[in-house]
Each structure stands twice: as C-alpha cells, then as structure tokens.
Design a protein around this ligand. Structure first.
Ligand SMILES: O=C(O)CCC(=O)C(=O)O
Ligand SMILES: [Fe+2]
Length: 128
C-alpha cells in the first residue's frame, strides 16, 4: 500500500470532497491522508488512529474511490463487523471510536483493481 499525507491548504474548503466531509460530519479536518490499494494484496492490518498529533478522541472521515473493499471494525477484544466500502462511500469514525475499537482493510483473494482511500483527520501535529 502506498500512503501520502498532505496538509489541507487554506481555501481548500471549496473543494468538493472537503466540503462534503466537513458539512456532513460537522467535524473540522486539517489533514488528508491518501492510501492506494493497488490490488487485493494491498491491505492495512488491525489498528486504531490515535496518534497524539491528532488530539484527543479524533473524528475521522473516510472517502472511498475505485474498487469496493471490505472494511472491518471491532471493539478491542471483541468480534469484527464487516462493511463494504463502495466507490463514493463516506465512512465516519466518531470521537471515541479510536480508543475503543480497531479497524482494518484485509487482503482479499478476489480480483480487485485499484482503490483509493482518503481519510480526513483533525490535526497535523505539533501538539495543538
Ligand atoms: O482504507 C481504508 O478504508 C482505511 C484506511 C485506514 O484505516 C487508515 O489509513 O488509517
Ligand atoms: Fe485507520
């Protein structure tokens, strides 16, 4: 999987995806991370996104483009729930989710082509 991180420049709020992410969720985001899954071999394992640079209990909004992939989320120590993230879908992980749950996009044997995932997150780092 390839991962690119960008700061969201001032004024970018006019861009469609950012408007949608902010308006629909009601949360303010400062960075966007792009993940490229080139095929079913590309994946991201169980984790939570709770780096201190994102502040306490971040909300994270996730937009999926391209191939549909399975997204799993589970309470820590619990059983996973599966979601299918289709092209154009918006998934929101609300504040608190990163403290109580883990999520992943597992590998798949199915033939799938490229998927791009954009996650909008609140802070760039620097402790604010
Ligand atoms: O690709 C996805 O849907 C999830 C990506 C993710 O969990 C992450 O970048 O932290
Ligand atoms: Fe994540």
């Amino acid at each position: 999987m390839r991962r690119l991180t960008y700061s969201i420049p001032k004024g970018y709020v006019n861009a469609t995806q950012m408007c949608h992410a902010n308006n629909i969720t009601g949360h303010k985001f400062r960075i966007v991370i792009g993940n490229q899954y080139r095929s079913g071999i590309d994946s991201i394992g169980w984790h939570s996104d709770n780096e201190p640079s994102m502040g306490f209990n971040p909300a994270i909004a996730s937009i999926s483009l391209g191939s549909c992939r399975k997204f799993q989320i589970k309470p820590i120590g619990g059983r996973p729930t599966d979601f299918w993230l289709e092209h154009g879908s918006l998934l929101v992980m609300h504040p608190g989710c990163q403290s109580t749950h883990l999520h992943q996009v597992p590998k798949t044997n199915k033939v799938v082509s490229t998927r791009i995932n954009l996650t909008f997150r609140p802070h760039t780092g620097g402790g604010k």
